[in-house]
Design a protein around this ligand. Structure first.
Ligand code: ZN
Length: 268
């Protein structure tokens, strides 16, 4: 890569945080001002500058919902539509006359924001915890199987599979559907399966207060099936073990035995 293609992140000279100077105009609802008539007036530029100023990471697998309002999202959808139009034009696709390509740029923009990357822009699902602290509290293992749809950060190809989430009940319990909601919220971003496994374990630990959590994912990857090695029966397995699942061989065995029982009961 030549130097001219290297991107150096530094405060954008077109944007500033604290001015009422006439040269600058406010950017949407944020405390950011952009130079009048500059390309820096794009909201996406303003938001990226703001995250850089805050030291907030905004990788494909990161949730950035704290930085985006609903009205911002509408604004960003328009910006992304224009950008996808440029991509289609560069691919020499006639989006004026090809009826199938007419609305494609807009459809792509909406799909990214509202579907395949929705977990970046939406706050964490509400997972109300119920107390589990009575004398006859449940202290066994719980294993929940969650359907997963994700997308790899490298190629933006679909990742499809299941996560088995194991937990030893702590002082609080969350509703069964919440495990899947949390897993899907983590999955609907650009991810790597290894990172996704870690993300789900971390979010389940924080929602339940349990130190003893395990996540096993098996998934197929579009980037291995549809391109590259074109391997149609490839399957990737990843496991993250925390607390007793890691330290106690009996707990670990029970977790994998439960997965086998689930797969026998309802094969996947
Ligand atoms: Zn990939």
């Amino acid at each position: 890569m030549t130097d001219e293609h290297k991107r150096v992140f530094k405060p954008d000279p077109l944007l500033t945080t604290g001015t009422t100077d006439q040269e600058y105009v406010p950017v949407d609802s944020h405390k950011l001002f952009a130079k009048k008539d500059s390309p820096g007036k794009y909201l996406s530029e303003a938001l990226r500058s703001r995250m850089r100023l805050d030291g907030k990471r905004f990788w494909a697998g990161d949730n950035i919902s704290d930085y985006i309002t609903e009205s911002d999202k509408e604004h960003l959808l328009n910006e992304a539509t224009t950008a996808f139009e440029t991509v289609l034009d560069t691919l020499l696709i006639d989006r004026e006359n090809d009826p199938n390509s007419k609305g494609t740029a807009r459809r792509l923009a909406k799909m990214y924001f509202n579907e395949i990357m929705a977990g970046r822009y939406e706050p964490a699902p509400d997972a109300t915890a119920f107390p589990n602290d009575s004398d006859d509290r449940y202290d066994g293992m719980l294993v929940v199987r969650s359907e997963l749809k994700s997308m790899c950060s490298h190629h933006h190809q679909p990742v499809s599979g299941v996560a088995y989430i194991g937990i030893l009940a702590a002082q609080k319990l969350i509703g069964l559907s919440k495990y899947t909601r949390i897993a899907q919220w983590c999955a609907r971003r650009g991810t790597l399966q290894e990172e996704l496994c870690n993300d789900i374990a971390r979010e389940i630990m924080s929602a339940t207060g349990s130190e003893n959590v395990a996540v096993y994912i098996q998934a197929t990857h579009g980037c291995c099936e549809n391109r590259g090695i074109m391997a149609h029966s490839s399957l990737t397995q990843t496991t993250v073990l925390k607390g007793s699942f890691k330290d106690d061989t009996g707990t670990k065995k029970e977790f994998f035995d439960n997965i086998k029982l689930q797969q026998e009961f309802a094969p996947r």
